[in-house]
Write a protein that binds this ligand. Sequence first.
Ligand SMILES: [Mg+2]
Length: 313
Amino acid sequence: MGATVLIADDSMVIRAVLRHHLEEEGYQVVEAVNGPDAIEMMRHHRPDMVLLDIEMPGLNGHEVLRRVKADEELEGTPVVFLTGQTGSEQIVAGLRAGAQDYLKKPFEPAELIARVGAAVRTKRLQDALRERSAELDRMSRTDALTGAFNRRHLDEELGRFVRLAGRHADTVAVVMFDIDHFKRINDTYGHEAGDAVLREFTRRVLTVVRADDILGRWGDSVVGRWGGEEFLLVLPQTGIEGAYVVGERVRSAIAGATFAVGSHQVDITVSGGCAAGTKPPTELVRSADAALYQAKEAGRNRLVAATSPQPLP
Ligand SMILES: [Mg+2]
């Protein structure tokens, strides 16, 4: 797809000449006739680069660039100044302010095309880097086997929710799950079967949690693999009762239908411990762990709520 170039110049003649050369090279062209218009068009068209005239009535090119650089959504768009001035002072000031390049009027078409092309390549590289970095960030928070979040992400989100809860006199709930007799599955059917069970377990938990999710102001509930066959559910702005209700839905979604393990149908159950409050994350998790231990002791396939949820401050 051809890149989009925004021409911002108050001269109709210059806009027409630039458009002609750029369209000949296959660029899409949009035009702005003054400074405010340039910012508006950037917001609307998201061009790959901007040719920005310095001398324009009202808002000049320097002021437009200053606003673009202060705008989180626009600041990544390369700006090439167009200047009729021969002195280097204006050019230096523009480059210092964050312009990618400049072009002196009158310009040679070949030079125009070369500078526009370089700016567009810069933009494309930046975009690719940003995407890659977002992808790496996502991967670093995901458990490779199950696709659920990993412990790192759970830790961060739980910490964030607890801080918010403290500030707003609200609570955070956690449910620690542990698949019952998981070792038997690995021992009986092999590790691949165990992995398949972990994936199916994750799928069912996510189905329950997504169906249940009330979009909180602080963000969504988080499900992740805590380690081995342990999973943690973090519920922002939720008390112990709410945690128990969601946890119980998870428990019954696991026990309610057999798991396909190779050619076998296997009954799988899960035990869970719930805790809620504004305690530090490690203490919340410890409470949930203690409750989980009680659930195991009491015969598994059940949920236990920590007996003394932290009272509101
Ligand atoms: Mg002008």
